[in-house]
Design a protein around this ligand. Structure first.
Ligand SMILES: [Zn+2]
Ligand SMILES: [Zn+2]
Length: 101
């Protein structure tokens, strides 16, 4: 049983999550403050994490791709009918993967 905070991610992302160098590393992590190209760390910064935080993957998708769901441009956050979201729509992850591939 593992409990991750944040939105669930589509299956297609799982292979990235296992990859050593996740493309989300190209952006800063808003969760732990890791800078671009550095791995995420635990809050104490004592340990490096193999996987980027979900918030970072979301930030990366936001920077990289436009959203097919809410039709925003890259770097613009997703929204639900004008209400800001903290993470991007699931389809935007897929869009970002295609851009990164
Ligand atoms: Zn992080
Ligand atoms: Zn969206």
């Amino acid at each position: 049983m593992s409990k991750h905070q944040g939105a669930p991610m589509p299956d297609s992302l799982r292979h990235w999550m296992r990859a050593k160098q996740h493309p989300a590393r190209s952006v800063n992590c808003p969760h732990c403050g890791a800078i671009a190209r550095r791995p995420c760390t635990t809050p104490s910064k004592r340990r490096q994490l193999e996987l980027p935080h979900p918030q970072r993957v979301s930030a990366w998708a936001q920077t990289t791709a436009c959203c097919p769901d809410c039709q925003v441009e890259p770097t613009t956050p997703c929204h639900d009918e004008g209400r800001a979201r903290t993470t991007v729509h699931a389809r935007r992850y897929q869009e970002a993967e295609e851009v990164a591939a």
